[in-house]
Design a protein around this ligand. Structure first.
Ligand code: IMO
Ligand code: MG
Length: 425
């Protein structure tokens, strides 16, 4: 039996979807354990592109059981739309199980997030506006929380919605007097209809996962977001609202981390970030734009241009330590192929002091000046390479430097979106 986890070590968008898809044929169970439809995982094969957000990538293989575990926040309408779009693309989807403990995103979560973000002005977090943070906040706060399992207890569900919606109207209208009044009855009807459509998939996924482990099933945990967006360990408050580092696996699935045999950290060969918050190696120049163009760095979920910069080994090394990864997968190396030289941030200078520690406060991170190691570019197309020894020596040196500074072996290098464009080291 093998239990493997794939987690992002940067600010999300590390191309985790490709790694998960590559691995899924070896696994019988694929688990999403955090986040919601803020994630955007692109999987390409057989000439088709699949854009997944809430669905685990296992859904694209009919023999895999995909699990949306307790730590995920679910917008049922978005989930059903996504299932439909995959089916419309001709995919024979596998079994999909949804945790009855997962929390539900309601229209007031979106309304509340919109007004909160708007009121923060230039300090806005720059969220994906999917109601993720407001739903997680209600989960932690408990009094306004509604879980998937609650939707199948009609009297209880109606009562809960009446209580919650009344209070949400007060809160939202206090912040924005022009906000429309939400109706508990309408939400109840809509959500009963939606709940009905997913009812056959809803179960106690924790119990399922433990049975699967007992049966020695191979299991893959599919991370969303990245370690630096982790609510506890990331660049707070410019983070997402769940534990998106490796720390989230146990809480988000009920499966203890000690059963995981291999934790793979996924990194881009450079840095990207969407939304607000400091990003020390961000490039505001032509090189930044070149990386954006070559890497098609525009958000899958929101279409926003991503902020681009050099690989940050201080931030990524921190992500690797917090997540506890055994090895790393370096993605999108081909994006750097046309550059004369490439840089890797090996330390920060903060208030005149050199450090390789990642600051715990964003005001310190804002002061961080990257100290770079500059390497020669390889200046050739590497998208056809299939073996590590065939890389030009400059690209090898780049991979080795990433490994040295992040202090983890590089086991996978990706040089294009296709399944075949992958080098196992
Ligand atoms: P994947 O799984 C990149 C970012 C948002 C914003 C912050 C908070 O594709 O790697 P939220 O809507 O979660 O409250 O937004 O987190 N963010 C992501 N950035 N990739 C993601 O997911 C992200 N999910 C959230 O841009 O800065
Ligand atoms: Mg994304």
């Amino acid at each position: 039996m093998a239990v493997t986890a794939v987690v992002g070590l940067q600010w999300g968008d590390e191309a985790k979807g490709k790694i998960v898809d590559l691995l899924t044929d070896k696994y019988e169970v694929v688990v999403r354990y955090l986040g919601g439809n803020n994630a955007g995982h692109t999987v390409m094969f057989g000439g088709n592109t699949y854009k997944l957000s809430l669905l685990p990538a296992g859904i694209l293989r009919s023999n895999v059981t995909s699990v949306i575990a307790n730590g995920v926040v679910i917008n049922p309408a978005a989930l059903l739309k996504e299932i439909q779009s995959v089916v419309d693309q001709g995919v024979e989807i596998g079994e999909l199980l949804i945790s009855d403990r997962a929390h539900v995103i309601f229209p007031y979560h979106l309304a509340e997030e919109a007004v909160l973000e708007q009121r923060r002005g230039d300090q806005a977090i720059g969220t994906t506006m999917r109601g993720i943070g407001t739903c997680y906040r209600d989960k932690i706060g408990r009094t306004h929380a509604i879980r998937v399992g609650d939707m199948y207890r009609p009297d209880y569900f109606r009562q809960r919605l009446e209580e919650v919606v009344e209070q949400k109207n007060v809160i939202i209208q206090a912040l924005d007097p022009s906000a429309e009044t939400l109706s508990a009855a309408t939400i109840y009807d809509d959500y009963c209809r939606l709940a009905e459509q997913i009812a056959h998939r809803v179960t106690d996924t924790t119990a399922y996962l433990h049975k699967a482990l007992k049966q020695d099933k191979n299991m893959l945990f599919e991370g969303a977001q990245g370690s630096l967006l982790d609510i506890d360990h990331g660049t707070f408050p410019f983070v997402t609202s769940s534990n998106s580092s490796g720390c989230g696996i146990h809480v988000g699935s009920g499966v203890p981390e000690r059963v995981i045999d291999q934790m793979i950290g996924v990194v881009k060969a450079y840095t990207t970030r969407v939304g607000g918050g400091p990003c020390p190696t961000e490039l505001h120049d032509q090189t930044g734009q070149h990386i954006r163009d070559e890497g098609h760095e525009y958000g899958t979920v929101t279409g926003r241009p991503r902020r681009c910069g050099w690989f940050d080994a201080v931030a990524t090394g921190y992500g690797a330590r917090v997540s506890g990864v055994d090895c790393i997968a370096v993605m999108l190396l081909d994006v750097l192929s046309k550059l004369d030289e490439v840089k890797i941030c090996e330390a920060y200078e903060i208030n005149g002091e050199r450090t390789t520690d990642f600051p715990s406060h964003i005001q310190d991170l804002e002061l961080a000046k990257p100290i770079y190691r500059t390497l020669p570019g390889w200046k050739q197309d590497i998208t056809g390479i299939r073996k590590l020894e065939d890389f030009p020596k400059e690209a090898r040196a780049y991979i080795d430097t990433v490994s040295e500074l992040v202090e983890r072996p590089v086991e996978i290098v990706s040089i294009g979106p296709d399944r075949e464009q992958t080098v196992f080291c």
